[in-house]
Ligand binder design. Structure first.
Ligand code: MSP
Length: 569
């Protein structure tokens, strides 16, 4: 017999799993009953409980259109977080990215392209996979929501919600936006004239996207039951940066309506059918959000929920999809007593001339072109350095060229050339003296710069812990900037006695910056550390401290790390 709700919730998750009277639906791909149908991944077999792997995700991308620079940005932010954790010693940190392939939007786009829908998804999914590769994403998984494993995971998730009484059928009336894949109430839509056709239409007040009236019977989720628990969750710093939390709290506190979570299959056939009711298709956002669980091994074998990373440490999302990740998603998880993600990191949008870069406006920048034109690491650097978290950021090729020249060429590149050039082959001996504490006495400039060398890695780690990769990168670049100022005022080329200390400190700034830059510019930072002859075993975060490496520098040669951009020649 199933346990009563209250009693059930007092059991541990593992006990719940065992005690649960599980619905006996057939697993479509293997045709056996769950739970015996679950084939345990190999790492489950020897389940000695260990620390949960760090787990970060990107949103999964709609395959109705080609990727643009906004998509690249969200990928890069997540990749930096993952690489940072790896740098800090979490060698099993996990990054998930992928494609969102169901829903009305995709169904209509495939129709418009005159293609079979699956073939259309297969084709467009490849472009996102290619982007992840070209942008040097260190992802562990690329999920597609059309995968059989995901379908099973979503259907199982649905069954659990249903079994716990959180799903009911009702008539639903409202305005549906295909572009946003969401319903809006009457209060959130208004009349508008389409500027290109002069046609009158209804649009969402929030996104400006066209909506159509829909009246249908479908399944609903009892979202309204979660208002208090959601408001409690927001007090824990669930949403970063906090400006987005303010809006979410305001909206949830003003009341939550239950959520329509299916569409009649006659309208939407391209999706996952509701288990036991083929006349209904699961709402694309419920389907999409579960991707984060699918790749974490859901449904979880008892006692092994965290083995593949759940709960996610960070979901990286753009500001337009906050409601789905910060309201619906935690509510769905709470309904099943599953742990909620630790953090949702929201970022602003890239704009062009202060208008959101988006396919519907037609002002998109093809990320493949910019990666090719400026170089992968230059683009990673630019997006991370200028990209908005709390706010938006404006995109312009001129800004990329400006930052390349000022921060990379004249910043890092110049400091490398000056350090190696001024030391005339003696840098390894200065480094050895620096390490053994045999340098000339420090003056005020030296002490100030040494203080910065000590503080920077600590500050950068704090910034990354609070998920502010932009501020972390700015701190690293401030160290480089100060390094250039320090060598300029200290003039080691005029002062042979003082040169060992000055050049040692400058070499340390480059070594420390090189280590810390690895998550941001994996290739360029490797080149920098190679030029400095830093051993591969001493490139982790723990080595990014003043005086922690005595053995680099031997055989360094002047190298141009950031040559003139081809676009300028
Ligand atoms: N499929 C949903 C996400 C489901 S996650 C369970 C989706 N896809 S999307 O392709 O439209 O957008 C993917 C991500 O790109 C979102 O985080 C979105 O905010 C981001 N961006 C889209 N345009 C953007 C900019 N102009 N600038 C920055 N990011 C932008 O939403």
């Amino acid at each position: 017999m199933a346990l009563s709700g209250a009693r059930f919730r007092t059991l541990s998750w593992a006990a719940q799993f065992l005690a649960y009277k599980r619905p006996s639906w057939k697993c479509t791909s293997c045709k056996t009953l769950r739970p015996t149908s679950i084939t345990l991944p190999r790492r489950f077999a020897t389940a000695a409980p260990t620390k949960k792997p760090y787990y970060v995700t990107t949103p999964i991308f709609y395959v109705n259109a080609a990727p643009h620079v906004g998509h690249l940005y969200t990928m890069i932010i997540a990749d930096i977080l993952k690489r940072w954790r790896t740098l800090c010693g979490d060698t099993d940190a996990q990054l998930l990215t992928g494609t969102d392939e169901h829903g009305m939007k995709i169904q209509q786009a495939a129709l418009a392209a005159g293609m079979d829908t699956q073939a259309f998804c297969d084709m467009n999914c490849k472009t996102f996979e290619a982007l992840a590769k070209v942008a040097n994403l260190d992802h562990n998984y690329f999920i597609r929501t059309t995968e059989p494993a995901h379908r099973e995971s979503v259907q199982y998730f649905w069954e659990m919600l249903s079994h716990r009484g959180y799903i009911y059928t009702d008539k639903h009336e409202g305005w549906y936006s295909v572009s946003d894949e969401t319903f809006y109430p009457q209060s959130q839509v208004h009349n508008s004239l389409d500027p290109t056709t002069g046609r009158k239409r209804m649009v969402s007040a929030e996104t400006g996207k066209e909506v159509e009236w829909s009246s249908e019977t479908n399944y609903h989720f009892r979202l309204s039951a979660f208002q208090d628990r959601l408001l409690e969750l927001y007090k824990t710093g669930f949403i970063t940066p906090s400006n987005y939390a303010t809006d979410v709290v305001k909206s949830v506190a003003s009341g939550l309506q239950d959520l329509s979570i299916s569409r009649p299959a006659e309208r939407l056939s391209w999706g996952i059918p509701v288990p036991g009711d083929e006349t209904q298709t699961i709402y694309v956002w419920l389907d999409a959000l579960v991707n984060y669980l699918t790749k974490a091994g859901y449904p979880f074998p008892p006692g092994q929920e965290g083995n593949l990373g759940w709960p996610a440490d960070v979901h990286v999302v753009g500001k337009d999809i906050v409601r789905f990740h910060c309201v619906y998603w935690p509510a769905f998880l709470m309904a099943l007593d599953l742990p909620v993600p630790r953090n949702v990191l929201v970022h602003g949008h890239w704009t062009i001339n202060h208008e959101k870069m988006s396919k519907s406006t037609g002002n998109v920048v093809n990320p493949f072109f910019s990666l090719d034109r400026f170089g992968v690491d230059t683009m990673r650097f630019f997006l991370a350095y200028q990209g908005g978290l709390a706010g938006d950021a404006d995109y312009d090729n001129a800004y990329i060229i400006r930052d390349y020249k000022k921060l990379l060429q004249s910043g890092i590149g110049n400091l490398v050339l000056r350090a190696i050039g001024s030391s005339k082959g003696k840098l390894p001996s200065y480094i050895a003296s620096g390490h053994s504490g045999e340098l000339p006495a420090a003056n005020e400039h030296d002490s100030q710069f040494e203080q910065l060398l000590k503080e920077t890695p600590v500050k950068v780690a704090e910034r990354m812990d609070s998920l502010n990769s932009r501020a972390a990168l700015q701190d690293i670049m401030a160290l480089v900037e100060q390094g250039n100022k320090y060598i300029h005022v200290s003039e080691p080329w005029k002062n042979a006695d003082k040169a060992p200390r000055i050049l040692y400190n400058v070499a340390e700034s480059l070594r420390i910056a090189g280590i810390l830059l690895q998550p941001f510019m994996p290739t360029k930072s490797k080149e920098l550390l190679d030029v400095l002859r830093v051993d591969n075993s001493r490139r982790t975060f723990s080595a990014a401290a003043l005086g922690s490496d005595a053995e680099y520098g031997e055989g360094m040669k002047k190298t141009v790390l950031f040559p003139p951009l081809i676009v300028e020649q």
